[in-house]
Design a binder for this molecule. Structure first.
Ligand code: MN
Length: 227
């Protein structure tokens, strides 16, 4: 391929964002995400929520896809009643990002789900989520760190062969695995921290936040798969 692979990153859609003199609804993304793609050798483009029927056309123009972190997935998406500790739904994001994931898997476009993006990958394949767990987001608004341990023989273990410390901020996690998914890393408390889909061209989800870390190995692997 000529040039850097084009990596689409899904965005937030938030009211009350503030910059300069403005306080407006905004399609936004922490700058760590595009910087991570850029540091890993890709060209980053943002994918704000759109009608799900446009997802395949968007994915067709991409070499790789990142589904970013964000609000809790609406529990109705995996057939559950909302737990009182589950946050309000972001239905436009849920619909758009689920359609992006399905389009990427159908078109063999390499896919990385980060935090919420990993949970959506699981839900897209019929899996369910734990709606609240303790110990992985201990201070509100502050990323913690914890250890993740790779499962030998997986795609993930090929990228990061040894246990490593990662930035963490989540209060939900994978419960029942989606169809065809394999767990490829755990936290030391047993929480599922990464999943992959061996039947896909390249599909990985990580429960932590590589965009907050120095370590670019996971996203470099995505960029290489997209090249
Ligand atoms: Mn964690």
């Amino acid at each position: 391929m000529a040039g850097r692979p084009l990596i689409g990153v899904s965005t937030y859609l938030e009211s009350g964002a503030r910059w300069g003199v403005w306080e407006l609804e905004a399609a936004l993304l922490p700058a760590g995400y595009p910087r991570l793609v850029q540091r890993a050798g890709g060209l980053a483009v943002m994918l704000p929520p759109d009608a799900p029927e446009h997802a395949a056309a968007a994915v067709a123009r991409l070499d790789g896809l990142v589904i970013a972190g964000g609000p809790d997935v609406e529990p109705a998406r995996y057939g559950a009643e909302p737990d009182p500790r589950t946050g309000p739904p972001a239905r436009a994001r849920d619909a758009w990002e689920l359609a992006l994931i399905e389009a990427a898997l159908r078109a063999d476009v390499p896919l990385l789900g980060i935090c919420r993006g990993m949970q959506l990958l699981n839900v897209a394949l019929g899996g369910t989520l734990v709606q609240h767990l303790d110990g992985h987001a201990e201070v509100v608004g502050v990323f913690g760190r914890h250890t993740v341990v790779p499962v030998p023989g997986t795609l993930y273990a090929g990228v990061v062969p040894k246990e490593t410390s990662v930035p963490s901020y989540h209060h939900q996690a994978v419960d029942r695995l989606g169809e065809g998914l394999v767990v490829c890393a755990h936290a030391t408390d047993g929480t599922v921290e990464a999943v992959e889909l061996p039947s896909a061209a390249w599909a990985l989800g990580v429960q932590w936040h590589p965009e907050m870390d120095e370590d670019v190995r996971v996203v470099r692997a995505l960029v290489e798969a997209a090249s």
